[in-house]
Ligand binder design. Structure first.
Ligand code: NAP
Length: 896
């Protein structure tokens, strides 16, 4: 496509006199165009600076053969104007680069955007002018610019990475970069062509280059997962969803995780038979849709190495069936990263291309490139004479276009280059502390490249422009995030990253593709919908985390962190909030039990273990039910007596099933979950006495249960933690049984409600203060509450077995758990504490829902094994490196 018909608009300002605007935008791609439109509508004077000769951004530059979008085009479109949506019809499921470029030109024309764009103009410097409270910009073409606000809409993949191979300059043939493809096209017919790189750009272009070239040699360093696009018309099912209710379809996309309207998958892989797993995979393979296969197979595919490996194996099997030469097929099979942790690709005939007689694959893992010579490429083993080299070697992603293109100098002369020397730090991915009135669209720390960019761009632009409008209307002239807010966002980013498998791959997401770049996962992995709600929360909480100043208004600084909960805890609490449930204490004991039963039916099934058997044991007043969880490994195993949670009123020996299974897998021990009797039918001290009696019986019959003979261990959660703690005291005082260690997870330890956590976390975190009052009232009369059999903190705490005590930051019971741990430690008991940041009362027992609880459960399992005198071999698969990670991969190694 020729350059813009509209020539670069020179500033009217005389040379040396700065062009004065409210807002300067860099970039005229998807983001820059929408920004211009919104800013103009909001009454801001605006200019966009664009290095290219026309609009289009990434679609202006990436004109290589086969370049297409790989999110379905009906989803990869602007949605801000319903009339625009109906004015444009896409011709294919995945539009080609020329069609997308035509679309962006159409949008620019429709809203008359080009008149505010200075094309072929690069910003060469941006400096915050403290006195004027404005950004001063220098450019390589035309007048300087003075603006109140400076917005980078420079895209995430716009700074191509240098080839990093010796000798490129010596090469006598033609050299091309996919990211800077000549506008007139390239004639490859009859030529010997080399392609270096097998990311999305390489994988899209290789089949078409192979059709033209006399011979194509592909130099592959790391194989990537690619799926067939099955391009054609937009699928009728998606089209009818869109056309059936366009507004609802778009809204679902905005609230989704990836910016494409697919539901949250709930079935977990271990619930599905092999036939069901394969059927789901085949359906996804047939759909040709990256977001579908990345999100719709099974719920654990993106968070659990085992669930992920199932997909990796199935894709490798496909590669094996398509590619005829076994050695080539093996070289094309990725083994070094989980599926989805590195950006997978959509292809058309990619793997089949290697069956062509004119295509050779060179596996650089076996013969690295030594140099480029005048005639071609030399590896450690061979030389390849070629006429053309195509570099599909990727980009300095996310930060490249912001950090390195020109110096950006903020408050106090601080350079963004230096501030980000150890990796990008931002608040919301939109702003940076020390850089007032500076914004990024799809910056590092935003969902951007892990989402449908079109949806994320619209959200970012809307949020930024709405804020600028509101600030202007309120008289504020500067806006800047606080250090606390930015650090909190960094922490939240890190918490989100532990949920996914991205940490187990070396990719451009982490900066690993650029030598010398600091490794840090740059995009926000928490999802588009949650991100949107967080941005909205910042607003609704009075610009939380921002300092605002203006000449005629009092400065405002509403400091704080917008997310302090773990990301999955936040999601669960939001979901529970949306259910608008009546308080549990209003349901009556029977109603509450029925509710808990129903609630538990909706959770993911616990993972398979060796065996689960039910039985009864003799209690003090008759039989008590138990459920025994046995590991798959040969026994005999140490035995843990487990007490479920439920405030002495709710739950049963099966109600903590996922937690028990999880702990059995991690510890390799038997868990016997005891069905102690409940209040109000059986009030204090029944639960405590049942717990003690059960422990004694289990210890005496451990061998019959398939376990190692005494000593046993005890564990419990919440009221079950209370019973476990009490059992240890009773066992000490009543002559046994011997207990090797106690695991107390968020235990009730005392009858007073005046510790700070009872107030800080009184409501909003599922277990409320009033629910705890209700539990206490049903179980224990006020006169009995100081009895150590219900308030173990008031008993003698010396001479107890070693303890591991878990408390959660957002739990009313937090402080009494800490108090009990401190008291035992002060009395000489070996105690370890896990104070779980960002977690709530149910975090650790919601195994497979609260994934951020994994590392805590690993620590609990390690403690139990230590108590039992076992070596520290704890199953850590889901928090550890990918099963096939090659040594040498820094991130994988760091995760282990
Ligand atoms: P990329 O995914 O970073 O792939 C670059 C490739 O070049 C990798 O195979 C890399 O190997 C290889 N490479 C880099 N330096 C090398 C060297 N010195 N020697 C040998 N091999 C080298 O880049 P990309 O393909 O341009 O894609 C980047 C991103 O752009 C994609 O992930 C996607 O998000 C986006 N994109 C989207 C579309 C679309 O929507 N259809 C199309 C193209 C790109 P290693 O893996 O070993 O580093």
């Amino acid at each position: 496509m020729p350059d813009a018909m509209v020539a670069a608009r020179d500033s009217k300002a005389a040379s040396g006199t700065a062009q004065q605007v409210d807002v300067a935008v860099v970039g005229a791609g998807f983001a820059g165009l929408y920004l211009l439109h919104r800013l103009r509508k909001a009454g801001f004077t605006t200019v966009a600076l664009e290095e290219a000769g026309d609009v289009g951004g990434t679609w202006y530059w990436n004109r290589y053969p086969g370049a297409r979008c790989d999110i379905q085009t009906i989803d990869y479109s602007y949605t801000f104007d319903p009339e625009l949506e109906t004015a444009w019809t896409w011709s294919e499921k995945y539009a080609t680069q020329p069609e997308i470029l035509r679309y962006l030109g159409f949008v620019a024309d429709r809203y008359d955007l080009r008149r505010d764009i200075r094309f072929k103009t690069k910003v060469t410097e941006a400096k915050w002018d403290e006195a004027a409270e404005r950004w001063q910009l220098a450019t390589d073409n035309g007048a300087r610019i003075s603006c109140r606000h400076y917005i980078m809409a420079t895209g995430c993949l716009s700074a191509p990475k240098p080839p990093e191979i010796d000798g490129v300059k010596e090469f006598g043939g033609e050299v091309y970069f996919t990211g800077r493809w000549p506008h007139g096209g390239v004639n490859l017919a009859g030529k010997r062509v080399a392609v270096i790189g097998t990311g999305s750009s390489g994988i899209q272009s290789i089949p078409l280059i192979a059709e033209q070239a006399a011979h194509l040699t592909v130099f592959q360093r790391t194989p990537n997962f690619a799926l067939p696009a099955h391009n054609g018309p937009s699928p009728s099912d998606r089209m009818s969803l869109l056309q059936g209710d366009r507004a609802a379809y778009r809204e679902q996309a905005r609230q989704s995780m990836a910016g494409v309207p697919y539901p949250q998958q709930t079935a977990v892989s271990w619930q599905l038979s092999d036939a069901e797993l394969r059927a789901r995979f085949e359906e996804a393979w047939g759909k040709g849709d990256l977001v579908y296969i990345l999100t719709q197979l099974w719920a654990d595919q993106g968070v659990d190495v085992d669930g992920n490996k199932l997909i990796c194996d199935l894709i490798r099997e496909k590669i094996g069936t398509i590619v005829k030469d076994p050695e080539t097929a093996a070289a094309l099979m990725p083994h070094d990263h989980p599926f989805g942790a590195k950006r997978p690709c959509l292809d058309t005939n990619y793997y089949a291309t290697y069956n062509r007689p004119n295509v050779t694959l060179v596996n650089l893992r076996q013969e690295p490139i030594k140099a480029i010579t005048a005639d071609g490429i030399t590896t450690g083993k061979r030389s390849f004479d070629v006429d053309v080299i195509v570099f599909a070697t990727g980009f300095d992603a996310m930060t490249g276009a912001i950090r390195a293109v020109h110096p950006i100098t903020g408050r106090g002369g601080k350079s963004l280059y230096d501030v980000w020397a150890q990796g990008p730090q931002t608040y919301l991915g939109l702003t940076v502390e020390g850089f007032p009135n500076f914004f990024m669209i799809t910056g590092p720390g935003s969902p951007s490249v892990l989402s449908n960019m079109a949806v994320s761009i619209e959200q970012h632009v809307d949020w930024v422009v709405d804020r600028l409008k509101a600030l202007r209307d309120a008289g504020f002239t500067t806006v800047e995030p606080t250090e606390t807010a930015q650090a909190g966002w960094g922490q939240h980013m890190a918490d989100c990253a532990t949920l996914t498998l991205h940490r187990l791959a070396n990719t451009w997401y982490t900066g690993a593709n650029v030598p010398g770049k600091v490794h840090a996962l740059m995009p926000y992995t928490g999802g588009v919908g949650p991100y949107r709600s967080i941005c909205d929360e910042v607003t609704s909480r009075g610009m939380l985390g921002f300092k605002l100043t203006g000449p005629d208004v009092a400065a405002q600084c509403n400091d704080g962190e917008v997310v302090r909960l773990q990301p999955d805890v936040r999601l669960v609490l939001n979901l529970l909030g949306q259910l608008n449930l009546p308080p549990i204490e209003s349901m009556g004991a029977l109603g509450a039990r029925a509710f808990v039963d129903e609630f538990n039916k909706g959770r993911p099934a616990g993972r398979p273990i060796g065996a689960v058997t039910d039985g009864t044991l003799p209690g003090t007043d008759g039989p008590l039910p138990y459920r025994l969880y046995r590991p798959a490994t040969p026994g005999p195993h140490p035995v843990v007596v487990y007490f479920h949670g439920g405030g002495w009123v709710l739950g049963d020996e099966q109600s903590d099933d996922p937690f028990c299974r999880d702990m059995v897998r991690r510890t390799g021990m038997i868990f016997v979950s005891v069905g102690y009797r409940h209040a109000p039918e059986h009030r204090f001290p029944t639960a405590a006495e049942d717990g003690y009696a059960a422990t004694r019986w289990i210890a005496e019959h451990a061998a019959e249960l398939g376990g190692q003979p005494s000593p046993v261990l005890v564990a419990g959660w919440s009221a079950g933690g209370n019973i476990a703690a009490v059992t240890c005291q009773l066992a000490r005082d009543r002559g046994g049984p011997e207990i090797a260690g106690q695991l107390l997870v968020c235990p009730v330890t005392d009858c007073t409600f005046d510790r700070p956590s009872y107030n800080d976390n009184a409501t909003g975190y599922f277990l409320t203060r009033s629910l705890m009052y209700w539990f206490w009232d049903l179980y224990c009369s006020p006169a009995d509450r100081t009895d150590p059999r219900v308030s173990p903190l008031r008993g003698k705490v010396s001479g107890l077995p070693p303890a591991f005590v878990v408390t959660c930051e957002f739990d009313p019971l937090r402080d009494e758990g800490i108090a009990y741990a401190d008291a035992m430690a002060a009395a000489g008991v070996p105690v370890e504490q896990l104070k779980a940041r960002g977690h709530f009362h149910s975090s650790f027992t919601m195994a497979d829902v609260i994934i951020t609880g994994v590392s805590g459960r690993v620590q609990m399992a390690e403690a139990l094994r230590r108590f039992a005198g076992l070596p520290p071999e704890v199953r850590r698969g889901d928090e550890n490196s990918h099963g096939h990670a090659s040594p040498g991969h820094k991130i994988a190694a760091a995760a282990s």
